[in-house]
Design a protein around this ligand. Structure first.
Ligand code: ZN
Ligand code: ZN
Length: 224
């Protein structure tokens, strides 16, 4: 019984049907897939809450089919922390060991050296004590200091109304000098804006090639 339970994945997801409930489901077959931070499948659910696994890339015969147990758009420290605290393992996959995360730079902070436009990233992402360094001027930052900056950003983000485009745009403008444009927080907020623009009340697309809302609100998606 324990072995059977160990193979069952318990997955919580936001109902795509009603958008009003957070559901948990048991998926014995889906639970067989191992984790990868760059999985070769993506997961979805149909209207009867059945899990649908689709190939995200061409999968060569014999290749292991993988799934992500965490958020794809989180940076390495956040992904590894979440995997460790909820799944009890520290991921050492190729994406986790790459300071630049395959070029996505999702963990990047802005370098605080004046006139430097570089990003600060962990030098050894598999070591939580590793110093962080600027890719341009090579300025260094301790992991503790990077943690303080990330924690402060998280607190500000926690107070932000992430459904309000005015608040989101104000945050994006106000944190330009602290957070890299590729940082997971910025990416997440821009994804929120994409969902709001065209869908939320007051921001719908009329379908007649003109917008009911102020088109300048899209600038933050392009500029920042
Ligand atoms: Zn990983
Ligand atoms: Zn620098």
């Amino acid at each position: 019984m324990r072995l059977e339970l160990a193979r069952v994945s318990v997955i919580q997801y936001w109902s795509q049907v009603t958008c009003t409930a957070s559901l948990r489901g048991l998926y014995p077959l889906g639970g067989m897939l191992n984790h990868a931070c760059t999985p070769n499948t993506r997961r979805g659910y149909d209207c009867q809450h059945r899990m649908i696994i689709r190939a995200a890339v061409p999968i060569v015969k014999g290749t292991e089919v993988t799934n992500s147990y965490t958020a794809l758009l989180w940076g390495t420290p956040a992904r590894r922390h979440q995997l460790y605290t909820t799944k009890h393992f520290l991921c050492t996959c190729p994406r986790c060991e790459d300071p630049q995360e395959k070029g996505s730079l999702l963990s990047a902070l802005r370098c605080c050296t004046s006139d430097c436009t570089g990003c600060i990233l962990p030098e050894d992402p598999l070591n939580s004590e590793s110093p962080w360094g600027c890719s341009t001027c090579h300025r260094s930052m301790t992991s503790q200091r990077a943690g303080v900056v990330q924690s402060a950003l998280g607190k500000v983000l926690g107070r932000l109304d992430t459904t309000d485009p005015v608040s989101i745009n104000r945050f994006l403008r106000g944190h330009k000098r602290v957070v890299a444009t590729t940082n997971q927080i910025i990416v997440e907020l821009k994804c929120n804006l994409v969902c709001i623009y065209g869908h939320a009340a007051g921001y719908q697309y009329s379908g007649k090639a003109h917008l009911l809302c102020d088109p300048t609100m899209f600038l933050s998606l392009l500029e920042y």
